[in-house]
Design a protein around this ligand. Structure first.
Ligand code: MN
Length: 231
């Protein structure tokens, strides 16, 4: 096949225990999925889950044991970290019942939903889309994917983020308002999930700003951790 411009490279993430990689199709993100984070963003009560997307090439895939780098983005003075458990979809489907959701999961990883908070807040105020606050280059750092069979208990695990060695976020995945299975049920009612999709499942409380030179260490107990430096 000939193309009129160079086709984009496949975005791919390392997988624990094998050389083959996980190719990324779409990146879905869940908004306000931990009660204490919803409160710090000014919301209370259980609302239906809602979603936004990032482009696949927003991924910064960091190898096990390495520290990746993310360029401080343009147009912002308030770049926030959001540590999240990421679900990697292995089998597609639509209208997936929560009871069947785990059959569609390939594995799990530690991810960061990096956010230009000042731009997101301005878009919220104006009732405009969040894309400029959420879907920019390098906004989705992620560590290696652990296959589901080796990630037992991950949906109750401790999740944490340290910046320069200091705790910023610490909670457990058990605190999710909408569980991973419920999230897949809602998401697959709106979009047909495909192998290669990633779901950033939401962040606990403690989001705050980072600046160039900061090193972020994200963890979910039982998964490979994620280390990235802002440059
Ligand atoms: Mn998020």
């Amino acid at each position: 096949m000939d193309y009129v411009v160079t086709p984009p490279a496949v975005v791919a993430i390392p997988v624990v225990g094998q050389t083959a990689r996980f190719p990324v199709h779409r990146i879905y993100c869940v908004g306000r999925n931990y009660a204490e984070h919803a409160k710090e963003m000014g919301f209370t009560g259980r609302e239906p889950p809602f979603f936004f997307m990032k482009p696949a090439d927003a991924v910064v895939a960091v190898e096990a044991g390495q520290t990746g780098s993310m360029a401080y983005p343009t147009l912002t003075g308030n770049l926030h970290h959001e540590i999240e458990l990421v679900v990697a979809i292995g089998k597609g489907g639509k209208n997936i019942a929560a009871a069947d959701a785990h059959q569609h999961i390939y594995g799990y990883a530690v991810g960061l939903d990096m956010t230009r908070r000042d731009l997101q807040n301005e878009m919220k105020k104006q009732g405009r889309p969040w894309c400029i606050g959420k879907g920019f280059e390098q906004s989705a750092p992620i560590g290696p994917i652990t296959p589901a069979a080796q990630a037992v208990g991950v949906e109750q695990a401790e999740i944490a983020l340290q910046v320069n060695g200091q705790d910023r976020q610490r909670s457990t995945v058990a605190q999710l308002i909408w569980s991973i299975a419920e999230t897949i049920e809602h998401l697959s009612a709106a979009w047909e999930l495909q192998p290669g999709d990633l779901i950033y499942s939401g962040t606990p409380e403690g989001v705050s700003a980072v600046v160039p030179g900061d090193t972020l260490e994200g963890s979910v107990a039982g998964l490979e951790s994620l280390s990235i430096r802002i440059v």
